[in-house]
Design a protein around this ligand. Structure first.
Ligand SMILES: Cc1cc2nc3c(=O)[nH]c(=O)nc-3n(C[C@H](O)[C@H](O)[C@H](O)COP(=O)(O)O)c2cc1C
Length: 288
């Protein structure tokens, strides 16, 4: 979330106020460039009951970088550390974590920035670093750098390091833990349309058969996701927004190509109900 949106009273604050008890421990992530605004946003999150404050210095989206937020700050280590200091003071008692990329660009100067940020952040009391091992200008292209991640863990051996990058299948999570020695891994794209991902990783780690959701279970989950999207965004916006997720869920459907095509054609709430009934045998209640 943008720090500015978190501090202004409005839609985002109303959404944040609806935290579910079952979701704790919960981290709230903020992104911005001014230490003072980031600190105020962190204080709002702490007041609302977020257990951990996470700071985003990794986002590679062009608009974000152009506004000198997110991944751009991998090129400004002193500003990052000013933000960490201000946030720590504003949210005492809450662990503060950082999401980083390996570098801003592939130049020596910005590579050094990573180590300056890492060391400085831990000195200031940061609880953990989550590291996506591509540079910001790589976005999602090219290989992620596992050797770099292993080195980060060696350099900060007593600290908590979380790895990120290309955890697309459950087995990828265990492989990253094994290859790099990091303390945890962060799954992103692999879990979009597969919220069973985390359970599947645990199944693998504990030597059980990997859970494969039945069609009925998939339908129930998509329906719940859709209902929550409606509550959050309203019927009209949710119907279009949810198509992006529907096509990801469709990858698990016994007829993935056809389910995907049918999902892409959905335009409104009525068509969502027909889609879920026809492709998953799931009924959606009338909106109240
Ligand atoms: C659609 C999308 C949205 C993302 N949003 C965020 C975000 O808000 N904050 C963040 O720290 N990372 C975000 N990421 C980056 C992921 O946390 C992760 O570092 C990156 O996707 C690499 O992991 P993966 O290869 O397993 O997807 C996002 C990634 C995707 C694909």
């Amino acid at each position: 979330m943008l720090d500015k949106q978190v501090v202004s009273e409005g839609k985002i604050q109303r959404r944040l106020a609806r935290l579910d008890d079952a979701d704790h421990p919960l981290a709230g992530q903020i992104m911005g460039s001014e230490p003072e605004v980031m600190a105020r946003a962190a204080a709002v999150l702490a007041r609302m009951g977020f257990d951990v404050i996470d700071l985003n210095f990794a986002c590679p989206v062009r608009k974000v970088v152009a506004r000198k937020r997110g991944g751009f700050l991998m090129s400004e280590p002193e500003r990052v550390l000013d933000i960490v200091r201000a946030v720590r003071e504003a949210a005492p008692g809450r662990p503060v974590t950082l999401k980083l990329r390996r570098a801003f660009r592939e130049t020596d100067k910005t590579r050094e920035a990573f180590w300056r940020i890492g060391r400085g952040a831990f000195e200031l009391g940061a609880a953990a670093l989550a590291v996506h091992t591509r540079s910001v200008d790589q976005k999602y292209a090219g290989p992620d750098d596992r050797e770099f991640l292993a080195r980060v863990k060696r350099e900060f051996s007593g600290r908590t390091i979380i790895g990120s990058g290309d955890i697309l299948q459950p087995a990828d999570a265990l492989r990253m833990l094994d290859e790099t020695g990091v303390d945890g891994v962060l799954a992103a794209r692999g879990a979009i349309g597969n919220p069973w991902f985390f359970r599947q990783v645990r199944d693998l780690a504990e030597g059980r058969e990997v859970h494969q959701p039945t069609l009925e279970e998939q339908g129930r989950t998509i329906r719940r996701h859709y209902e929550l999207a409606c509550e959050t965004y309203g019927l009209k916006r949710a119907s279009l927004y949810m198509r992006n997720f529907g096509i990801r869920y469709a990858r698990m459907h016994p007829h993935p190509g056809q389910a995907r095509q049918a999902c892409l054609a959905i335009k409104n709430e009525k068509e969502w109900r027909s889609f879920l009934a026809e492709w998953y045998g799931t009924s959606v209640g009338e909106p109240s």
